[in-house]
Structures are given as C-alpha cells and as structure tokens.
Design a protein around this ligand. Structure first.
Ligand SMILES: [Zn+2]
Length: 85
C-alpha cells in the first residue's frame, strides 16, 4: 500500500486499493490521478506511475479461500418430478 501526503493539510493517508483503482480509471488520458484526502476531503494529484504498483500489489479481487459448508445440509423432502410439456 502506498502513502500519500495531502498537499492541502499535509497529513498522510493510505488510499484503499479500490480508491486507487478508481483514481487510475478516472485518470485515463490525463497526467495525474486524483485521490481524495480522507482528512480534509480535498483531491490530491498523484502520478499514475506511483499508483499502479499499489494496485498490482493489492488486487481488489483477491483470491479468497474456498468456503466450505459448516455442516451438511439437512435432508429435504424430495422434489417433485418436473414434467415437461
Ligand atoms: Zn488533506
């Protein structure tokens, strides 16, 4: 994760991967991406080159471990046969 120093209030903040991705997406064709400072709410211009590694290191859709069923499902009444036609 990267740390951004706000140019308005001089406080540091670390934007979440989603915010970085959104800023990168919005900066297509522009020189700077804009990240909103959570402290003062002002936008900070950041070079996309600084943000790209952060997104690469923190993919928003991280591979989550497969969820296993806590317990076997209770037996249910047999479903009625589907008659086509
Ligand atoms: Zn700020």
């Amino acid at each position: 994760m990267i740390a951004i120093t706000c140019a308005k209030c001089s406080r540091r903040f670390t934007p979440v991967a989603e915010a970085v991705q959104a800023a990168l997406a919005a900066s297509q064709g522009q020189k700077h991406a804009q990240l909103i400072c959570p402290h003062c709410g002002k936008g900070n211009k950041v070079a996309p080159e600084r943000l790209k590694p952060a997104v690469r290191l923190n993919p928003p859709a991280a591979a989550a471990p497969p969820a296993e069923p806590a317990e076997p499902a209770p037996p249910e009444a047999p479903a009625e046969p589907v008659s086509e036609g």
